[in-house]
Design a protein around this ligand. Structure first.
Ligand SMILES: C[S@@+](CC[C@H](N)C(=O)[O-])C[C@H]1O[C@@H](n2cnc3c(N)ncnc32)[C@H](O)[C@@H]1O
Length: 266
């Protein structure tokens, strides 16, 4: 979830989440979900990559460079013009360190090979996805040309060559991408409307296999996003859903005999 202007819908669900979500893996019966809690969500080990990425984040947080960004998808509740300072985008328009670090640990643990990210922005989160498995490949899609250029440069500066940047609208690029790739992780982080989210989910669903994980950012951004999340987690092929408030993820593993819906407080 990006740090956007907070609305009543988010506050209501945050309080509910705060009061009802688990704060660790204790009591989680599914061995796979328990392992995720131990190795990913509550794993406090330090990672060299994460220390390095934090340095990159801090330097971008001080960057006064301005960039003109075209508006795509559901629009921004935070920015009123198309001109953005990089430091404002890092502070308010992209995944926080905690969210990106969670994705890094998840990819690292699951050893995800092919990853698709919808919504590159400045490409900082993309670095976490790419560094988590340097033998894997990240394909990231962004509609705004200037952001794609910035993100491409950022990856070069970080010596990462396992990222493919695609400048396109999600609806144009995703069907073909899914035809030609079998991603083990799909991170949907843009165009936060009910219709678009369900469309991307249904496209990804047709391509999923036993080990696929699909992650949706900003599931409490609006009533429409929460409605989409509830439908997605109740889909018959989902065997495990994890609601982290900032984002929700669904798994399709058939070895999970009983369906599990977890809410975790990070
Ligand atoms: C929240 S930002 C992505 C942040 C990034 N994934 C992260 O974790 O830091 C969403 C991005 O998606 C792009 N976007 C939104 N809707 C889009 C669409 N329909 N097609 C292409 N790009 C889109 C926006 O331009 C924006 O840069």
């Amino acid at each position: 979830m990006c740090v956007m202007t907070i609305n009543f819908h988010q506050i209501k669900h945050y309080i509910k989440h705060y009061l009802t979500a688990r704060r660790g893996g204790h009591g989680v019966h599914s061995p796979f979900a328990f392992q995720l809690c131990e190795e990913v969500f509550y794993n406090r080990n330090s990672f060299y990559d994460l220390d390095e990425l934090q340095k990159t984040r801090t330097s971008l947080l001080n960057s006064n460079t301005e960039i003109i960004v075209e508006d795509f998808g559901a629009g921004s509740k935070t920015f009123t013009t198309n001109k953005r300072k990089i430091k404002d985008l890092v502070a308010k328009g992209i995944s926080t360190a905690k969210q990106s670090e969670t994705l890094y640990k998840l990819i690292n643990f699951l050893n995800c090979g092919a990853i698709i990210e919808l919504g590159t922005s400045i490409g900082l989160n993309t670095l976490y996805l790419a560094k988590a498995n340097k033998n894997g490949k990240v394909i990231t899609i962004e509609g705004s040309k200037n952001l794609v250029e910035f993100a491409t440069e950022l990856a070069k500066k970080n010596n990462l060559n396992n990222i493919e940047f695609i400048e396109a609208k999600f609806d144009e690029a995703l069907p073909t991408l899914l035809q030609n790739n079998s991603p083990s992780l799909i991170y949907i982080d843009g165009n936060h409307t009910y219709d678009a989210t369900m469309r991307y989910f249904n496209l990804a669903l047709a391509k999923k296999d036993n080990s696929t994980v699909i992650i949706f950012d900003d599931i409490y951004w609006s009533p429409g996003m929460t409605m989409a999340w509830n439908e997605i987690k109740n889909n018959a092929s989902v065997t495990l859903s994890i609601d982290l408030f900032y984002f929700g993820m669904v798994f399709f593993r058939e070895e999970l005999k009983e369906k599990v819906d977890l809410k975790l407080f990070l």
